[in-house]
Design a protein. Structure first.
Length: 653
């Protein structure tokens, strides 16, 4: 290591240690051990344009949360996309440099909720890169406008996770050659010999997955050579870097706790050793050396790339891809009023959903659909496209098989590039996908989850599990909009909203036949809730319902009319959109002086805010068990006769 290289690495380490000290938390040992990797990546290999984090052909870097100080320090020191003030704000409230939860930027991703998630996201970004590059090659085989690489810097713990196992399996099946994982092996257990054993196990696993694997020590020459080889590889690559935990500090090769900053004495000692007079200081000679070296390595490449971009704009389809990446979202135009539905229309709601989804997908090549092994049940695929694979990289349907964790994680990577992703699965799988829904909502990613088998009536017979709390669970998540449409009219309204909505959503939908209802209207879905049955004079009761239960509520209102009940029925396709309406709209739609029932075949938790009292909540109180539809409804007091008697009883009280 030259004196110049050592000085830059030490400045990078000290910036990171200052962040850890300021935030009073962070992994000192791993930070010191990994600095050479970040130096080698940014100084010798990564393609990026300084001061321009939105450069569309820059290499993407994804790191786990334990690497956040180094990641942010690198963005400041090399890429110039952060300021010293940003570093000082590390882990502070509303900072753009959070330590946790996740943060996704155009240049990459830092932080993760679960071990292995950065690996899955990296696979998603690499997959999206291959898709876009393949579209460009259709237009011009020699065009090399988009060829960025995706790097994941992670630890051994990441590779032990289920997300990693599933995602790596998918990456292997798709032969993602621009996907490079750098694993920091800082020692799992220094006493048991597990470090060596696990490295051998990793080698065998990656060889079986047809990855190229390289196990090296952390000297700069080995790092440089290994990354250079990986960049030219024809298949995905993993580089295992054996490091010394805490190198250069009192933590070196020790088992001290990760998240304790160095004390003042040791910080001052290190600062003095490196010629730094104050916290968050970088030597001017280091700044000049970095600027000159990066300009020498990247300057001419960036100039040529921009020249190629200008030439490529003459091709309208390539221009569309460039615009997509620069804007960061798919442009969609969808108007429900342009689609006319016959009054006698009746079909399984998942099929209605599929038809409208396909109309939306036809508007842009940047709409993708994914599912586990349930496309056949969810129907949420793009009919005029095929399954994406290494031999068919422009297929728009992604079949994950049994890789449910990979599906959740990979979709986040795709959405971070701007793809509008529709993922479909039975509603009971909501709990498996929940961690990924959280990350999507926190980062405003355009992932749209289509949950089918929306009630227990059909779920149990297909999976052996019953939907119960999932709808309430989703409604409790902040920044997430959920839709539960009743018929094709409301589905049209949902997709008109989604065509202009670039954040996270869910569509909860029935597999049963659904008629077009006379009282529903696409244009009212934006209100979140509206009347689907008007009272004749003055309503003396209200039923609030959604989705599959809207026809039942309409039937109840009709059959109770001879008993003197003038019932208003309200469909609530989106509780979140209704919550955003004005107080006046809410009070007019649901007057407080009118007895209000709620009807939904799910848990009662959500409806306490609307029902007159708990007795007026007509829903489930426990997990349903197997049996016929009639038996289950009767057992849970949801059959038509019981509901009528309960409403009459409460209206008389």
């Amino acid at each position: 290591m030259s004196k110049r290289e050592n000085l830059i690495i030490r400045n990078l380490q000290m910036l990171s240690l200052d962040m850890i000290k300021e935030a009073k938390s962070g992994d000192v040992g791993l930070t010191m051990a990994s600095a050479k990797v970040f130096y080698t990546l940014y100084m010798k290999h990564l393609v990026f344009e300084a001061h321009k984090p939105n450069f569309i052909n820059q290499d993407r870097v994804l790191v786990g949360s334990r690497f956040m100080p180094l990641y942010y320090a690198s963005l400041y020191l090399f890429q110039k996309s952060l300021s010293i003030e940003n570093l000082k704000d590390y882990k502070k409230f509303s900072s753009i440099t959070p330590g946790y939860p996740s943060s996704i930027t155009p240049s990459g991703f830092g932080g993760n909720h679960s071990y292995g998630n950065v690996i899955g996201m990296g696979v998603g970004i690499s997959l999206g890169n291959r898709y876009l590059n393949s579209l460009i090659k259709i237009e011009d085989k020699k065009n090399n406008l988009l060829n960025f690489k995706t790097y994941v810097v992670c630890t051994m713990q990441d590779l032990m996770s289920g997300i990693a196992y599933e995602s790596l399996s998918y990456a292997s099946a798709n032969d993602l050659k621009n996907f490079i994982i750098i694993v920091i092996n800082d020692g799992i257990s220094r006493d048991s010999g597990l470090k060596t054993t696990f490295t051998e196990e990793l080698t065998d696993r990656f060889i079986s997955l047809n990855f190229d694997i390289d196990v090296i020590n952390d000297n700069l020459s080995s790092l440089d050579g290994a990354i250079d080889d990986a960049k030219h590889n024809k298949k995905p690559t993993v580089i295992v870097v054996n490091t010394i935990y805490g190198e250069g500090t009192s933590r070196e090769d020790s088992n001290e706790k990760y998240n304790e900053p160095l004390d003042d004495e040791e910080m001052n000692s290190l600062r003095s050793e490196y010629g730094l007079k104050a916290p968050f200081m970088v030597l001017e000679e280091v700044k000049m050396e970095i600027k000159e070296s990066l300009n020498k390595r990247l300057g001419r490449y960036i100039e040529r790339w921009h020249e190629l971009k200008e030439e490529s704009l003459d091709d309208l389809k390539i221009k569309e891809i460039i615009d997509f990446l620069e804007i960061g979202k798919a442009k969609l135009s969808f108007k429900a009023e342009n689609i006319k539905i016959n009054d006698n229309y009746e079909e399984e709601l998942v099929i209605s959903n599929s038809k409208i989804l396909n109309i939306l997908a036809s508007k842009s090549p940047f709409v993708l659909c994914g599912s586990n092994d349930n496309f056949i049940y969810t129907k949420a695929s793009i009919n005029k496209s095929s399954i994406m694979s290494k031999d068919n990289p422009t297929g728009r349907n992604i079949l994950f098989g049994a890789r449910m964790l990979a599906m959740g994680s990979i979709s986040l990577g795709l959405a971070s590039l701007g793809f509008k992703v529709f993922l479909s699965a039975p509603l009971v799988d909501e709990n498996t996908l929940k961690p990924f829904i959280k990350i999507a909502t926190q980062n405003s990613l355009p992932v749209n989850y289509i949950f089918t088998n929306d009630t227990f009536l059909k779920t149990y017979e297909n999976t052996g599990l019953s939907a119960y709390e999932e709808i309430s669970d989703l409604r409790s998540m902040p920044n997430l909009i959920n839709f539960r449409p009743a018929d094709i009219n409301e589905i049209l309204g949902v997709y008109e909203i989604l065509s202009n909505y670039y954040k996270t959503s869910t569509i909860i939908i029935s597999n049963e036949n659904a008629k077009k209802l006379s009282g529903t209207n696409p244009k009212y879905v934006i209100a979140g809730a509206y009347r689907v049955r008007k009272e004749r004079e003055d309503a003396n009761a209200i039923i609030i319902t959604s989705g599959s239960e809207v026809p039942l509520a309409l039937r109840l209102a009709q059959e109770l009319a001879p008993y003197g009940l003038d019932i208003r029925v309200i469909s609530m396709p989106s509780a979140e959109l209704f919550a955003s309406q004005s107080p006046k709209y809410k009070s007019v739609l649901i007057p407080r002086n009118v007895k209000t029932f709620t009807l939904e075949f799910s848990s009662k938790d959500f409806f306490y805010r609307y029902a007159t009292s708990e007795e007026y909540i007509l829903g489930l109180t426990n997990y349903p068990e197997g049996g016929s539809k009639e038996e289950i409804l009767s057992a849970h007091n949801l059959d038509i006769d019981y509901l009528k008697s309960q409403i009459l009883k409460l209206m008389k009280s």
